[in-house]
Design a protein around this ligand. Structure first.
Ligand SMILES: [Zn+2]
Length: 318
């Protein structure tokens, strides 16, 4: 109670517009908005309550407060989200603070999905609260959010086929990094599509019941262990399944666009497998070289290790 009154008195000072700040409550959702977004606040309340009931069947969490901010200006969106661009993001969740910041439909391009963003950010909060978030890879965190929010489902395989054929497939080990550190919106988009595709693949391999069992086991164990316990699959097995599935994706992509019999489609498929073979050959060569180095006593440092370990001078003294 104190928290949301505090928020409401603070809100007008945070907002750059002179619009009147308002507040409404739907169950355990506290929604802040400016008066022009009255109707949107009501829609948000209904969408979130329905989504909570739908998702929480699998998470079984208590009804703790969630604070939602509907933002109407680009400046305020950056301010509330710690500098995120309103052109790239439709919304942002701050799970540790139980906050969802979402762009008002007024700030969106036509066709941008207000309800879908609310559902997506709510999933991030549920994954965090249940303790699952810290034990699963980021691609699965984003993938589950997209899967449950019903985002871009129909087009995933088609988009994947385009990614594969244009040789932009992201290596599994680089995927989480690309989701946060990619250098272009296009690369970020690719990383999100691939995350959703992998999540859909995991769902179809495991089935719904085991998929949820896997996530729930991640409340107490890390993802590779939970995956092995639930499905007898190692991460390596799963990556193999992923690579095998790309065959069908490429063919399906060509079929769906009706271009399977055109010379360009055939050429693209041939090119894909040629590139793949070349890469496999390259990998084999590297492995051989590494083995030779090891035999000579030369140690190679895995670059993941270099990236993940902070240097002493980078660590905060606070
Ligand atoms: Zn997300």
């Amino acid at each position: 109670m104190v928290y949301f009154l505090f928020q409401l008195t603070l809100l007008p000072f945070l907002l750059s517009s002179t619009d009147e700040a308002k507040f409404t409550q739907y169950g355990h959702f506290y929604i802040y908005y400016v008066y022009k977004d009255e109707a949107q606040a009501q829609i948000a309340g209904k969408v979130l309550q329905t989504a909570w009931d739908e998702f929480n069947k699998n998470f079984n969490l208590p009804l703790d407060s969630i604070y939602v901010y509907i933002i109407r200006s680009p400046e305020d969106f950056s301010k509330f989200t710690g500098g995120r661009s309103p052109f790239t993001y439709g919304g942002v969740a701050k799970p540790a603070r139980n906050q969802i910041i979402v762009k008002s439909p007024n700030l969106r391009k036509a066709g941008e999905d207000f309800a879908g963003t609310l559902r997506h950010e709510l999933v991030h909060i549920l994954l965090h609260r249940s303790g699952i978030e810290s034990r699963i890879p980021l691609w699965l965190n984003e993938g589950v959010a997209m899967l449950l929010a019903n985002e871009y489902q129909w087009g995933t395989r088609l988009k994947m086929s385009f990614i594969v054929l244009s040789n932009r497939l992201i290596d599994y080990k680089d995927l989480d990094k690309e989701l946060v550190l990619s250098d272009s919106p296009d690369a970020t988009g690719t990383a999100y599509v691939q995350s959703l595709y992998l999540t859909q693949l995991l769902w179809s391999k495991l089935g719904e019941e085991k998929f949820w069992r896997l996530l729930n086991e991640c409340r107490v164990k890390d993802f590779p262990t939970a995956l092995r316990d639930v499905s007898k699959m190692s991460i390596e097995d799963f990556i193999q399944e992923f690579k095998k599935s790309l065959w069908a994706v490429v063919i399906l992509g060509a079929l769906a666009t009706g271009s399977i019999f055109t010379p360009i489609a055939l050429l693209a498929i041939v090119a894909y497998f040629a590139v793949r073979h070349r890469n496999l050959d390259k990998l084999k060569k590297w492995e051989e070289e590494e083995r030779e180095d090891e035999a000579l006593g030369i140690r190679t440092i895995p670059w993941e290790h270099i990236l993940s370990e902070p240097y002493d001078f980078e660590e905060d003294d606070e």
